[in-house]
Every structure is written in C-alpha cells, then in structure tokens.
Design a protein around this ligand. Structure first.
Ligand code: HDE
Length: 737
C-alpha cells in the first residue's frame, strides 16, 4: 500500500539539505514589500480611498456624527487596539539578527548530529540577545545578565541553544525559578525599581539562597555591563549530552567566544547611556551588520564521557558550577556569524520563540534539574505569548518539512491534506521514521532510585567556585566587583539586607567583605568562616579574551572639529579609521558646514558634522580624535561641552588622540599636573596619543599596529584595540568625570 504515501510526505520524513539561504528563502514567501504602485487596502483586500476621516453624517460645514457602519474605520482602530501581545515574563527586552553557523571540525566520535558532522553545511540561524529583568521598553545598558538565545534551522529540525552571557545560574532546581524572578523584578507593592537588581528583595533572596553566591559574583562583575552584544560570550549554561552513532553518550557544555574579545562599559558610562541612548546595544548590533562588520563567535564544546561524571568536587549537572577550563578544556569546532538584520522587529525578534527542548538527533539532555524544568517552561510560556500554533509563525518554522497529526487550534495556518489524522491508519500514511531515516532516538538510560524531593551532596557546596571566580579576576575587575556591590547594597534600605549580605561576602574574600561592609554601612567584619582556597582558573576573567591580533573593527570613533581645523590631520584620521575597519563620526558645534584652516564658503563645501556635541555624547564612542588648528582649538577650548567631551572620555578610560594645538585642549580638559605625570607615567602611558608637528611620515600606517608602533595612527589604533586604558583607573585618574 506504500504507493499511496504522497511524495511530499516521504520527503518530509527523509529531510533534505537546505543550505544557508534556506531560511531566507522560506521567509521570503511570507514577506511583503510595497512598490510605488501599491495602494492601501483593508485587511479584506478592498482598496481604500480615505484612511484619515471616519464616515460621518455631515451638514453643510462637514461636521456631524460618525457612523458605526464604517468598516474601514472600525478595522483600523480594532487592529490597533490589539497590537500588543504579552511581553516575555523574563528577557522581555531584546534585539536579534540572522546569520550562519559553520562547522570547521566534524565530531562523529561524539555526536551523530548532522550540524556537528557536515563541514560543508551552512546552517541558517537566528540569534536574540536580551536583558533579563527589565520590561520591553527598558534601557539596554542596565546592569543585568544578557540572554544569548540561538535558533539553528538545521536540516534535521530546529536546534535551540537558549543561553546567557554568564556560564552559571542563580538556582539549581527549576522549581525555584518563579521565586528568583519575583525577587529580581520590581517589588510588588510599588513596582520599583525597573530593570535593576539593586533593591531589597533581590539581595534578600540572594542571602537566603547561598546556591546563588557564585552567580551573583558574576552578576556584580563587568560581565553584566557589556560594551556590545557583539563583545560578549555565550554559554549554553546547562549540561546537555551528545550521542554518537554507536549509542555512546558524552556530557557537554556549549560555548561561544566572540572574535572581537569580551569587553564592557565602565559603570558611569552605562548609567549615563541608559538615559542618553537607551537603545545603545540594539543600535550597535544593527549598525555593525549594516556596515558589513559581521559579528562572529567561535563555537566550542567542553566534553566529558559518562565515565568521568563523578570525578570532580562539584556535580557536573549543577548549573551553578562551571567546568573549569584547566580541568575540561574548550574544544573549538565551529563558527557563528551574524550577517543580516531583521526586516521587521515584531514578526521576527518579538515573535521568535525558543525552547530548550528543541534538539535534533545526536543531541540530548542530562538530568540537570534546571534544564529539565526549562524543557517544560519554554513550551508553556509560548502559549500565553503566541498561542498554540506558534511553531507555524514564519520565524519559528523549521526549514525541513514538518508533518504530523497535531491539528487545529487557534490560528492554524497549515492546510493538511489527506483522509486520516492519526497513526497507525489503513493507508499507512505518514509513518514514524526509522533510525536509518534519521529519527530522534531517546538515549536508553537505566534509571533506578527513590522518588523524593532532594539534592545531591555536591549540590550543597556553594562557595568554592565563587572564590575561584573572584580569585581569577584581575585587580581592576575585582575593584569593579567591589564598586558594584557598593552601588547595589546602597539601594537596599533595609539594614537586615545589606548587613547580612556583606557578612556573606566574607565567605568569598575577607577583604572584599570588609570594604563592601564599610562602604554600605554594614557590620564590622573581623574574620571569614570559609578561608579562601586561593585557586584560580583560566577563562573566567574577561581579560583572558583579548583578541590575539589587535583590531578596532566596527569601533565608533568621534573626531572633534570647529572652523579652522587642520585638514591634513583630519583627512589622515578619517582615512586611517576607515582603513582599520572602524567607523569615524565627525562631531562639531552644529550640523552645518565646518571649514578647515584656509577655507571658507567661497572656496569649499566644508565638512558637515554627523552630530553635534549635545546630540551624541562621548559615551556613544569608543575613542576620540582631535586634529589641531589654532582657530579650531581656540573655539573648542572655550566650549564647556567640548571640554567635557574630552574629560568624560578620559574618565571613561578611552583612548584620546590629539595633534598640534589639540594637545593643549586635551591638557586643559583633563588637567593632569606634573606630579601625576611622572617620568614613568607619561600622557602616552595613559592612552593619550599625541603628535605635535603633523607630517605625513609621523602619522603612520594603520595596518602596522603593535604595542611598540612608532606612528601616531598605529599607536592610536593599538590603544583602542586594548579597549580601555586601565592604568588611568589604577592610578586614580578616572574619577574626574
Ligand atoms: Fe529562561 N526563560 N528560564 N533561562 N531564558 C525564558 O521563555 C526559565 C534560564 C533564557 O530571547 C522564558 O520564551 C526557567 C537559564 C533566555 O526569547 C521562560 C528557568 C538560562 C531567554 C523561561 C530558566 C535562561 C529565556 C520567558 C529555570 C541561561 C530569552 C520567555 C529553570 C541558560 C529567550 C520565553 C528569547 C526566556 C524560563 C533559566 C536563558 C519563562 C523556568 C539557566 C536567553 O520560559
């Protein structure tokens, strides 16, 4: 009877190789784009003649009562009334983009997954970044964990890695999730604060749950104020499994490491940006992709055979623990690239729905109790956000065929042909797939035990890795952790909260606890209950992730000018920045032509700044450059806003480049005296690159970047590539902003 199974159904079961364009092609079928001949119609397709005036009974002056009869008017208002869907209960604010996953090294010995075996494939992906606590309209740069949710549209089905930019989590068991989120979200009595963990309930919860200690150390580090989504790591966090063709199983953790390095804002900058440009990260992602600077991450796995499960002093299924990289190295096997912005935010970034339960053959779960709970929660939450047929939405639809007897429900789109909707049936239509046909096989794990609500002994140890993390940070990073606790606990006004939490910190590091407690008005802390074990591990400090080859690709550089600027330096700056793959932005007093020395409206069109000093503050740039020019520098030196620009950029540890008279402007703005500038610490060692006499040979070549470079531009580019000049902060020079 097999002849009656339609060809399309056979293909559905067997699958087919889609390629990197498979998702774009599929989405195109649902995409509309108006042309110049397009005319407005109602939703039922009738062309409309007037979309501005409701149908009325009018008198001579064209006034009068409106008619309920107006179907066009009613439809317009009715559609508007229902535009909003519930925002995500967590991770409500986000930004996403399309891209491609490529495998460099096949791992058949570990997994049979096609996407982890076939190095010729280009798998289309969608990645959504997010903050956790804030509402959809909150600011991007708040201190918060960032979501890193990846959907791979593989030939064998969708594979979602719903990860974060921090490798551990606050809790060990999914049953605690509503509690930790309630504690972090605005407090119930007054709905304050928005998008912040700096409040009583959050820190009360943290104290009450010592399992959260490791994670809140990460949350208080610079990881929670990233410079860009493109400069963050992504982690699967939970322990998954890989199964090979022989049915052997390994435990695995997934890692994504950004090509541009792992970089953060400084706290003062993050606070200011939340007001000055709440869309800072969203715009940064969009701008980088539009300008062709495609963000990339190396994809890696940490793998353990089942036989090694109990080898460590932590439980490898505990999501509050990392697998230290000196014990289990990361093996990099692939690459993720984002290369296309969304066409429409709502239908793509808002309607995308991730599920940890979405895996493909060769990939499976572990008994990680957080992961098991997540596997229920994500499906469930999509029902209230999107309805039962959410997997049919274009952004969520797999690129391989979907064929089954799940039917009906609100807003069902698929029209399923055939006389039967169950299996087995008299036609033998749509049978389940065999292993040879690529079916998903659940790993036959042998289970026996007591049914009870409990945790393993190793799950009860909560401090060791919090110490490991703190010990592994650089001095600068440690000082930021201290400042972050200082800020957060200052926002807690109930003494019991900040007193207890300061005390708990003594379990991690006595010095940290004493400093925090002193700052926030906590108790005098004399001793630690848990002496620090002193161990460190690689891969925990973000300083471990500076790119080997210095790069300033996609960095935003402000060039400050006024009438009379030096045109030679200016042209070299613009050319040099572009040559190094960064984005130059000219900033002036107003968006009207500015003329170089020796030019005016009669002989030149001038340069029209991209922005003025008020429109885009120094916080929106990675570095600033100022060409000399007597008249220009005189003007800028007399402008408070221009001086503040330089002073603020210096305080935020950004590289500053100045030539000719502009050096005097920088000196005036940052006011470092001779004591601060000793022979060992010159302006240059504080990341201020200068060149008094501008001659082309002194400017240098941006392709020749190195620490000991001689040319002005080479030095400038090298400094920017190091992200920030930490020496300024170490020497206490960064507080003058
Ligand atoms: Fe989520 N999480 N989560 N989570 N999560 C959601 O699903 C949940 C956890 C993460 O861009 C929700 O579709 C439970 C860990 C990201 O659309 C919800 C538990 C990690 C996103 C949910 C966790 C995450 C979510 C809300 C504890 C890092 C945004 C909307 C067991 C590995 C995805 C939604 C996007 C979203 C539940 C813990 C990451 C409610 C129950 C650990 C990146 O289902």
């Amino acid at each position: 009877m097999s002849h009656i199974v339609p060809e399309s159904i056979k293909q559905a079961v067997m699958g087919g190789h889609g390629g990197s364009q498979a998702k774009a092609t599929q989405l195109a079928a649902n995409t509309v784009e108006p042309t110049k001949d397009t005319r407005i119609t109602s939703d039922w397709g009738t062309k409309q003649n007037n979309t501005d005036d409701w149908l009325k009974v009018t008198n001579e002056d064209h006034t009068g009562p409106m008619l309920l009869e107006d179907g066009f008017g009613r439809e317009k208002i009715h559609r508007f009334d229902h535009e909003r869907i519930p925002e995500r209960v967590v991770h409500a604010r986000g930004a996403g983009a399309f891209g491609t996953f490529r495998l460099h090294e096949s791992i058949p010995e570990l997994s049979s997954a096609g996407v982890l075996n076939d190095t010729s494939r280009e798998t289309p992906v969608f990645l959504r970044f997010s903050t956790v606590l804030g509402s959809r309209g909150s600011a991007d740069t708040v201190r918060d964990v960032r979501g890193f949710a990846l959907k791979m549209y593989t030939d064998e089905g969708n594979w979602d890695i719903v990860g974060n930019n921090i490798p551990v989590f606050f809790i060990q068991d999914a049953m605690k999730f509503p509690d930790v989120i309630h504690a972090g979200k605005p407090e119930p009595h007054n709905e304050v604060p928005q998008a912040q963990s700096a409040h009583n309930n959050f820190w009360d919860f943290m104290y009450m749950h010592s399992e959260a200690t490791h994670m809140y150390m990460w949350a208080m580090s610079d990881r929670t104020i990233p410079r860009s989504y493109r400069m963050m790591q992504g982690f699967g966090v939970n322990t998954y499994t890989l199964t090979n063709d022989k049915g052997e199983r390994h435990f695995v953790k997934f890692h994504f490491t950004p090509e541009l390095g792992v970089h953060s804002l400084v706290w003062d900058e993050a606070l200011k940006l939340a007001g000055q440009d709440p869309d800072f990260h969203r715009k940064d992602l969009y701008e980088a992709i539009e300008s062709g600077c495609f963000p990339k991450w190396k994809f890696g796995v940490q793998v353990l055979p089942e036989s090694r499960e109990h080898e460590f002093d932590f439980d490898i299924l505990d999501a509050t623990k990392v697998w230290p990289e000196d014990l289990v190295p990361v093996r990099y096997i692939g690459e993720l690239e984002l290369n296309r912005n969304v066409d429409e935010y709502f239908t793509q970034t808002e309607q995308v729905a991730f599920c940890t339960g979405h895996v493909v053959p060769g990939i499976g779960f572990s008994d990680d109790p957080l992961l098991q709970g997540r596997n229920f929660s994500y499906f469930d939450t999509q029902l209230s956000r999107l309805g039962i047929n959410w997997q049919e939405l274009p952004i969520n639809k797999p690129v391989c065929p979907v064929m089954n007897f799940n039917r009906d429900g609100a807003m069902r789109h698929t029209i399923s042909k055939g006389k039967v909707n169950y299996w087995p049936n008299r036609f033998e239509a749509q049978p389940p797939a065999s292993v040879a046909e690529g079916a998903y096989i659940d790993y036959p794990a042998k289970i026996e035990g007591m049914k009870q609500r409990t945790r393993s002994a190793k799950f009860k140890e909560h401090i060791s890795q919090a110490q490991l993390f703190y010990n592994s940070l650089s001095e600068i990073e440690k000082s930021h952790v201290l400042a972050a606790f200082g800020f957060e606990l200052d926002h807690c006004d109930e003494a019991v909260v900040y007193e207890r939490l300061s005390g708990r910190l003594a379990d991690i590091d006595l010095g940290l606890a004493q400093s925090v407690s002193e700052m926030v008005g906590g108790p005098k802390i004399e001793k630690s209950n848990r002496p620090n074990h002193g161990r460190k591990a690689p891969g925990l400090s973000q300083m471990d992730f500076l790119p080997k080859k210095p790069t300033i690709a996609s960095r935003r550089i402000a060039i400050l000018i006024a009438d009379g600027y030096d045109p030679i330096a200016f042209s070299a700056f613009v050319g040099g920045i572009k040559g190094a793959g960064a984005l130059p932005f000219v900033i002036g007093a107003r968006r009207a032509p500015v003329y170089a020395a020796g030019e005016d409206a009669s002989n030149s069109k001038g340069v029209t700044p991209d922005h003025h000093f008020e429109g885009q503050r120094s916080t929106m740039f990675d570095a600033i450059l100022i060409p000399g020019g007597e008249k220009s520098i005189k003007t800028l030196s007399s402008m408070g806003r221009a001086l503040h620009y330089v002073r603020e950029a210096f305080g935020h540890l950004k590289t500053i480049g100045a030539t000719g008279e502009a050096i005097d402007l920088v000196n005036k703005a940052i006011q470092l005296d001779d004591i601060q500038l000793s022979s060992s610490h010159t302006l240059e060692s504080y990341g201020v690159v200068t060149l008094r006499d501008v001659k082309p040979e002194g400017l240098g070549d941006v392709l020749n970047v190195a620490k000991d470079a001689k040319g002005f531009l080479e030095k400038f580019v090298y400094n920017v590539s190091q992200h920030r000049c930490w020496q300024r902060e170490l020497d206490g020079l960064s507080t003058q902003v």
